[in-house]
Design a protein around this ligand. Structure first.
Ligand SMILES: Nc1ncnc2c1ncn2[C@@H]1O[C@H](COP(=O)(O)OP(=O)(O)OP(=O)(O)O)[C@@H](O)[C@H]1O
Ligand SMILES: [Mg+2]
Length: 271
């Protein structure tokens, strides 16, 4: 389904991705782990064609995606539902409009600039929000929502694209543990119910173990681990994160980086 064949991405002297090869044969929930600078974001950006490879091939469902140009490339990018650490919503626009922006990848920009959404589009957006448990937030400005809610809006926006695969770059790195769980549960549910491939860069080993069917470990641009979570032994983690034990703190900690104060204030209460 998704195949990397000797993919390399070089930035000057730096090999961000170094001769990466792997094959994912069905819609799997894949976690990509590794230290800062290991090449995780570059790997996702290669798939979505936000950056070009220096050499190698990437095939998705038999198509060579690195050679796509113009309208074909844009169509491919429309099939990639992207989720980012910082949500990338339009803060002052309402939630429903943010979700409808998922259509921008497939539609002419001009009508959408004037908010000319069809009734069917609006109903689809609302039903996706309903599915993710945030339909009651549809009319609020995105900036008024908690981080976890905003990330679910971003997931709804990706679903509006009816994506062939979902690429999530550290989707929970800005969230407190409770919201992180909500967002990961949502991604996993979309995978389970819709059969969509999800590739998520994750900064904790715990999360990778808990949610993923398969884990790809990167170190200095190279794929140094590729297997099921049960194979992620302490030694395997050392190979990925280095023997200096930084993975103890970085990868197995359940502590998630601090949220901005405003986000804390808006975090949903613990049920
Ligand atoms: N546009 C760019 N120009 C120059 N160097 C880049 C660029 N993008 C990435 N790099 C370099 O490539 C390497 C891999 O970066 P990448 O962002 O993929 O790592 P990462 O694993 O996502 O790290 P993090 O966990 O910090 O997000 C790093 O050394 C980075 O400095
Ligand atoms: Mg990154």
């Amino acid at each position: 389904m998704l195949t990397f064949t000797s993919v390399t991405r070089r930035f000057g002297q730096r090999l961000a991705v170094d001769d990466a090869s792997f094959h994912i044969d069905r819609p799997t929930f894949v976690g990509v782990i590794g230290r800062s600078g290991a090449g995780k974001s570059t790997l996702l950006r290669l798939v979505s064609r936000l950056t070009d490879a220096t050499s190698g091939k990437i095939h998705f469902e038999g198509r060579d995606i690195l050679t796509l140009q113009g309208a074909d490339k844009r169509a491919w990018q429309g099939r990639c539902g992207m989720i980012f650490q910082q949500f990338n919503l339009v803060p002052r626009l309402d939630v429903a409009t943010n979700v409808l922006h998922g259509l921008l990848s497939r539609r002419a920009v001009l009508p959408t600039l004037f908010n000319l959404w069809s009734e069917a589009d609006v109903l689809t957006a609302l039903s996706i929000l309903d599915r993710l448990g945030i339909a009651d937030q549809a009319a609020k400005r995105a900036e008024a929502l908690s981080g976890g809610q905003q990330q679910r809006v971003a997931i709804a926006r990706a679903l509006m694209q009816d994506p062939g695969l979902i690429l999530a770059d550290e989707p929970i790195a800005s969230l407190d543990p409770m919201n992180a769980k909500l967002v990961m549960d949502t991604l996993r549910r979309i995978h389970d119910e819709d059969g969509r491939m999800v590739i998520a860069n994750l900064h904790t080993l715990d999360t990778a173990r808990r949610y993923c069917d398969r884990v790809i470990g990167m170190r200095d641009g190279r794929v140094v681990f590729d297997g099921t979570p049960d194979l992620l032994t302490t030694q395997a983690a050392r190979d990925i994160y280095g023997a200096d034990a930084s993975f103890n703190e970085r990868a197995t900690s359940t502590a998630i980086p601090a949220l901005p104060d405003a986000a804390y204030a808006q975090a949903m209460p613990v049920p």
